[in-house]
Design a protein around this ligand. Structure first.
Ligand code: NAP
Length: 267
């Protein structure tokens, strides 16, 4: 009989290592074959850690098509569905098929530099900001129509899943994951007689694309931050940001309720 495969990834904390060991034993005694390296034919990926570990796993595995579930080991744990003391319930519910798959959309930035394109994908967000502490100026268009010349520290484009992360700290809105959209949130926008920028977030439908043309007033570059990872570029000509075709399949159990989670984590 072919064994059902599950892959486990974790961060380096003691509690995550301990949880991995216990989970491996429990899964194996339930007939699963457990792997700590990625297997194309696995049916589930388990990520042990916090949201940071979850994001890292998603990026390392290049946005896998296999469903993924998170076990929270002492962090905020917004993506993480279960606690280390719920492993038996998790295995029972999983074996009985008592779960649903939440599809998380991702955001894609295509950056043109010297005529060549570089692509970045984010699960939480993509941020454009200055390479140094100068303000930056970005000509922003939506669906090909010029909207504003943004001046300030930068802009952040969040997915619904990323709305509760950096976006929220910047005063952006929390988005119910049943809504499919992108949120453009300004970072310290300048709104004076010299510079005019929107000061609130803008919500965009998933079929619209955001065009960004940097205006270089001083000789310095830009940073693109993707889910916390920083990339620095010199002469960006154009950045196009929209929803990516890649989705993350997050396993959720029957008790999952987004707004209860928001309340328990933020209030
Ligand atoms: P980090 O700077 O070590 O952690 C930032 C915090 O954001 C952690 O508490 C993390 O949760 C939490 N977080 C991550 N994704 C979240 C989500 N979708 N909803 C709610 N909270 C979330 O960086 P990291 O752990 O590698 O995570 C990268 C993310 O950090 C970035 O994508 C960005 O959104 C966020 N960030 C936020 C700020 C800010 O709010 N001022 C600044 C920098 C980066 P865990 O504790 O469970 O890991």
């Amino acid at each position: 009989m072919v064994q059902r495969k599950i892959c486990i990834f974790r961060n380096g904390t003691q509690v995550s290592m301990k949880t991995q060991k216990i989970l491996k034993c429990k899964l194996e005694s339930n007939g699963f074959s457990v792997h700590t390296k990625f297997c194309e034919d696995a049916e589930l990926i388990v990520c042990i850690g916090g949201d940071g570990a979850f994001l890292q796993t998603v990026h390392e595995l290049n946005f896998p098509h296999i469903p993924i579930i998170g076990i929270n080991t002492g962090h905020l744990g917004f993506f993480q569905e279960i606690q280390p003391n719920q492993l038996d319930d998790f295995i029972l519910n999983y074996k009985q098929g008592k779960y649903s798959i939440q599809l998380l959309s991702t955001v894609k930035a295509t950056t043109t530099i010297d005529g060549k394109e570089v692509v970045h994908r984010g699960l939480n967000e993509i941020i454009i900001r200055g390479d140094m502490s100068y303000s930056i100026h970005l000509n922003i268009s939506i669906g090909g129509s010029f909207i504003e010349r943004f001046s300030g520290d930068g802009i952040l484009v969040a997915t619904p899943a990323g709305s509760t992360a950096y976006n929220y700290s910047l005063g952006g809105s929390i988005v119910d994951p049943r809504l499919n959209l992108l949120q453009l949130t300004p970072i310290a926008p300048m709104n004076t007689t010299a510079y005019r920028s929107f000061t609130s977030s803008i919500l965009l439908p998933t079929d619209s694309s955001l065009g960004i043309e940097p205006e270089y007033t001083k000789n310095h570059g830009l940073q693109i931050l993707v889910d916390g990872t920083q990339y620095s570029y010199g002469d960006i000509e154009h950045i196009s940001i929209g929803v990516s075709t890649k989705e993350v399949k997050l396993l959720r159990f029957e008790t999952y309720d987004f707004w209860s989670k928001v309340k328990s984590k933020f209030l």
